[in-house]
Design a protein around this ligand. Structure first.
Ligand code: MRU
Length: 341
């Protein structure tokens, strides 16, 4: 494979390295991924996270294993294991479908390398197009609120929702970003805050529970989030807490935009109820873990509900900003997401 660099993935001497998104922002630690078990462990621990990035890292690792001479039957097994590593983000399945086609070619090694590298290049371009379309929706002087992390860390390019915010800021239209800390795993407080700081975009960090009062005080002009899966009826699975923002936005008359590449769209999934939602460990809610260590505040035997994602019904979304352009609620009602792309 060729040398490759994104914010959180690197290929050096045909080896995959990942930036540890659990150590950020305190430490920038890179881990070498040699095996499927290595990468699955990183994905489970959210050291590698974000819908597009999960699919890209899995594709690059498969290409690496093919180059190293792994037999075809084992590559099929590796692909199946990676496919099962997280259930909600459909980008992983979409990317691996393409890698499977490459694996079935007669000269599968160059085909897989070309496909994995191509997916990275494509994701960069998709992010760029989303940023262009989305920035057109941002009005001058906007105070934008975002949830979770949808930036360069989560993609191969400028990001999805955060890419839009970045582009609109470059155009002088963003006065401030409100960053939801995004409990329980703090992707906003740790990663989005870090990325906005690096980009020199003014932001203020809030606890998730503060968003409602900000909206009531007319301090939020629009909400921008990413997606892990968009169903055929336009329902959107994204980081837990997204749905509450959408309900709040509707009540306060604030536009609520979802930004995602077409690799996040699942035409085979009829609606949000059919989207598999990952359930995670209790300890993520009973305390926090990070580069500072583990802190537990709840009773050790506390019963916990910890879904990683929730579903926002299509009727709460003002616009789906894709690489192909902005999809309106009317177009969704007319079945645009059901059409084959
Ligand atoms: O559990 P995570 O951190 O992988 O969840 C990520 C999100 O929910 C993002 O909003 C989504 O994947 C889009 S990233 C461009």
């Amino acid at each position: 494979m060729q040398t490759l660099t994104t914010t959180s993935l690197r290929i050096r001497k045909s080896q995959l390295w990942i930036l540890d998104q659990q150590a950020l922002p305190q430490r920038a630690e890179w881990h070498l991924c040699r095996t499927v078990d290595d990468l699955v462990g990183h994905i489970h621990a959210l050291r590698v996270r974000g819908a597009p990035l999960i699919g890209l890292s899995a594709s690059l690792l498969l290409a690496q294993l093919a180059e190293e001479g792994m037999p075809v039957a084992e590559l099929h097994q590796a692909l199946a294991t990676l496919r099962a590593s997280r259930p909600t983000a459909v980008n992983l399945m979409n990317n691996l479908d393409r890698m499977k086609i490459a694996l079935e070619q007669r000269f599968h090694i160059p085909a897989m390398v070309q496909e994995a590298e191509g997916l990275v290049g494509e994701d960069r371009e998709l992010c760029d197009r989303i940023a262009t379309h989305g920035a057109e929706l941002v009005t001058a002087g906007s105070r934008l609120l975002t949830h979770c992390n949808t930036g360069g860390l989560a993609t191969a390019g400028v990001g999805t929702a955060l890419g839009v915010i970045h582009r609109a800021h470059q155009q002088g239209k963003v006065s401030q970003v409100w960053v939801d800390e995004t409990r329980p795993l703090l992707q906003g407080g740790r990663l989005t805050a870090w990325e906005l700081g690096e980009l020199k975009i003014p932001y203020r960090l809030i606890c998730d529970s503060m968003a409602a009062s900000l909206m009531a005080k007319k301090q939020v002009d629009a909400i921008w989030v990413g997606a892990d899966r968009i169903a055929a009826n336009g329902d959107v699975a994204n980081k837990i807490g997204t749905y509450s923002l959408a309900v709040l936005a509707k009540y306060h008359g604030i536009p609520f935009y979802v930004a995602a590449p077409h690799t996040t769209h699942d035409p085979h999934c009829p609606n949000g109820e059919a989207i598999p939602i990952e359930q995670r460990a209790a300890k993520e809610v009973t305390g926090v873990s990070g580069s500072f260590g583990d802190v537990q505040w709840a009773p050790v035997d506390a019963e916990v509900y910890n879904p990683a994602f929730d579903v926002t019904p299509a009727e709460l979304v003002s616009g789906w900003v894709l690489d192909s352009g902005v999809v309106t609620p009317e177009q969704v009602r007319d079945g645009i997401f059901r059409a084959a792309r």
